[in-house]
Write a protein that binds this ligand. Structure first.
Ligand code: ADP
Length: 688
């Protein structure tokens, strides 16, 4: 029996595992890196051990350090979560050698499925349908190219050791093959230290459908239905749902059985996911098997009403599966959205920063938030930028969708650029609403998904102006009342309270509609407000008069509520509740009626600040130079790549915005560059 469980992971998944383990009466042991000293998983666990520096290869990927802690802390089992060591056969073996239960499949299954090429060979034998392609050992570039020609373009190159969409390139035609192979191999080498590739037919407009399987050590195997994970960016899932919409019962059962057969073919034990591509003719093809708990497992938990971590622990304890196939039921529908610190408008570039505000929606049996952060936490450069998941259930898909949309509108996050707005736009898109999505959904609908320019109603700007200039009196009142309230709102009193506001003051507010970062250049407009302190104190509320540039005059008062960041504005007869948080000098995030805005205070006499920033030839973020495809001095054309930088485990290309000449490259391959640094000396065509 597992009594002491070490969780070899961090973030939301570590917290999620700790919760189930504690509910089963198991003592939980966390491990943490320097950056995670105050992380939620550390605070939540019954005990926590430091394992090294922040970089993953000095902490969460160090199997020897984790084994040492497991032994010192007398852990009898290790749960690896997902990512990190979860699919590492050597780690599973080392655990076994030290008599520590690895909560996952045996070393052999990890090895067999850990390599996409080998997995395909095994599945071919088990007669599971495969995507046509080459998964052999010969790796000479010419051989791979001739296999691609045999399969017929377009093809997809994949790192055999791959995962998370890394080391993967779609190749449209023969002339692009070698460059794509080079890039895929380089990324594979950097991420997995293994450049072995497989080539597959690139299936047009497929859906990504996966089946959750579970096997015990007594020869039982079941499937816990399916999930549709077609909505992806950079080949990574961001919206998942269960069950997959629109599948007929026979197809569902055929896929379920194929998945169980795939698992039984390798004597699988524990939780696993068999991933298929489903084409337009309802033919499905095995893609790979993930030998761990998936990020998206909560949607399956919602529709089956089972706790998959509890199942994993039962299987690890050599018990039989908690339920047989016929006992399992699928009720209702569940949708998960992954909340990332990233900028969808800048090619999903990961974002970093401090969560100045983090207010998730209220949870219930139908609304679940799995997260590893709280307000004040920092999202740094070291780990995956996904920091929370929202999962909603409904009696049917429509209800689940509506609940998820509503909950997303309640999420208030300030200080870090997130994909919240992007997720809202996905869920509102007619193709998603009708369940007609393929893996190309995001690419096909980019212009509808990236936020449109929209102008907030003037009342929101007026309420905001009232908040930052007017209500000193109300604030003082609240401060006095709040003295006994544990969650003091004092820290949240805006910096713009003016007790001695001049008789009349001009304020300009610039609206960035979609993200809460300083670097956002997409502005929707400037609002000019003339604020008059008419010193009316009515019902103990201080109100001000605002003349907005719609030429209307508003009487405004604003009061903080007892909830942090929450304010109620009264504008004439209208009540405007809003969330507001200052996250930088002169910059605020404001959420009203499900829409979040970034508002920048522009002083009238300073003129309008330029939101636009020149990104050309600057590193998008801190990273390492991995490749410089040019040798200066040289001519370059618009769109040509001048440098490739790796940051947060992804490659980022720096491309020329115009034709011109590069006279010098300031960084060598292998060098570290800081975000914002200019990397080359460029002379534009017209200046030559
Ligand atoms: P990873 O393990 O890196 O996540 P997968 O093999 O699971 O890689 O593929 C990730 C995604 O890439 C799939 O969900 C699908 O969208 C796309 N993909 C993979 N193989 C193919 C293919 N043969 N044809 C079309 N799309 C594919």
């Amino acid at each position: 029996m597992i009594r002491r469980l070490l969780i070899a992971n961090r973030g939301e998944i570590a917290c999620r595992i700790i919760r189930t383990a504690q509910s089963l009466g198991i003592h939980t042991i966390a491990v943490y890196s320097r950056a995670d000293r105050q992380a939620q998983h550390v605070l939540l666990a019954d005990e926590a051990w430091f394992i090294g520096e922040s970089a993953v290869n000095q902490s969460y990927l160090c199997s020897d350090k984790i084994i040492t802690v497991a032994r010192s802390a007398r852990a009898d089992a290790v749960h690896p979560g997902y990512g990190f060591l979860s699919e590492n056969a050597d780690f599973a073996r080392t655990c076994a050698q030290h008599n520590i239960i690895f909560v996952g499949p045996d070393e052999y299954a990890l090895q067999a499925m850990g390599n996409k090429s080998q997995a395909k060979a095994i599945m071919q034998q088990a007669q599971v349908p495969l995507v046509p392609g080459y998964h052999g050992n010969e790796q000479a570039p010419q051989r791979l190219q001739s296999e691609a020609a045999k399969i017929g373009y377009p093809v997809i190159l994949k790192a055999s050791a791959g995962g998370g969409g890394k080391g993967m390139r779609i190749v449209a035609q023969d002339s692009q093959f070698m460059a794509a192979l080079d890039a895929a191999q380089r990324e594979a080498m950097a991420s997995f230290a293994d450049a072995h590739m497989l080539v597959e037919k690139y299936i047009a407009q497929p859906r990504h459908i996966e089946v959750q399987v579970f096997c015990d050590r007594h020869g039982n195997g079941v499937y816990l239905f399916d999930r549709d994970c077609s909505v992806q960016r950079r080949h990574q899932k961001i919206v998942e749902e269960a069950p997959a919409p629109g599948l007929c019962d026979t197809l569902r059962a055929r896929m379920g059985m194929a998945a169980v057969n795939a698992a039984l073919a390798i004597d699988y034990v524990g939780a696993g996911t068999v991933e298929f591509l489903l084409d337009c003719d309802d033919e499905f093809y095995f893609m790979e098997m993930n030998t761990r708990l998936q990020v998206e497992h909560p949607v399956t938990e919602m529709i089956t009403n089972e706790d998959l971590v509890a199942w994993q622990i039962a299987v690890a304890n050599h018990q039989v599966l908690p339920k047989s196939q016929t006992q399992l039921t699928c009720t209702g529908h569940a949708i998960e959205v992954r909340i990332y610190a990233e900028n969808p408008q800048d090619d999903f570039l990961p974002a970093t920063g401090v969560l100045r505000a983090y207010l998730p929606p209220e949870t219930s049996s139908d609304v679940r938030v799995d997260s590893g952060v709280i307000q004040g936490d920092e999202i740094g450069i070291y780990y995956d930028p996904m920091f929370a998941k929202l999962i909603c259930k409904g009696r049917d898909r429509q209800e689940a969708l509506q609940r998820c949309q509503h909950a997303l509108q309640q999420f208030f996050i300030a200080g870090i650029t997130t994909n919240l707005r992007f997720l809202q736009d996905i869920l509102a898109h007619p193709a998603f609403v009708t369940g007609k999505v393929s893996t190309h959904f995001i690419a096909d609908h980019t212009e509808h998904l990236l936020p449109q320019k929209f102008t907030p109603p003037p009342q929101v700007i007026v309420a905001f102006a009232g908040l930052i200039t007017g209500s000193e009196y109300a604030a003082q009142q609240k401060r006095q009342q709040a003295q006994t309230v544990a969650h003091s709102i004092n820290a949240n009193i805006p910096a713009y309270w003016r007790s001695n506001l001049a008789h009349s003051q001009l304020l300009q507010v610039q609206v960035n509609a979609e993200t809460n970062t300083k670097s956002n250049s997409d502005t929707t407009g400037i609002f000019t407000l003339n604020i008059t302190n008419d010193s009316q104190i009515q019902e103990r509320r201080h109100s001000i008069k605002i003349l907005a540039n719609d030429d209307k005059s508003y009487q405004v008062s604003v009061e903080p509520s007892t909830q942090q960041h929450h304010y109620i504005a009264s504008i004439d007869e209208q009540r405007i509740p809003m969330y507001a948080c200052q996250f930088a000098e002169d910059q605020w995030s404001v959420l009203h009626s499900g829409q979040q805005y970034t508002l920048t205070i522009v002083q009238a006499d300073h003129g309008v600040q330029s939101g636009a920033q020149e990104h050309a030839f600057t590193a998008p973020m801190n990273g390492t130079v991995v490749h410089i495809p040019i040798t200066p001095p040289c001519q370059i054309k618009k769109g040509e790549t001048v440098m490739i930088i790796e940051a947060m485990k992804m490659e980022h290309n720096i491309v020329a915005p115009n034709d011109g000449k590069i006279t010098e490259v300031y960084f060598a391959a292998g060098a570290l560059v800081s975000g914002g640094a200019t990397v080359v000396n460029f002379i534009a065509e017209e200046d030559i």
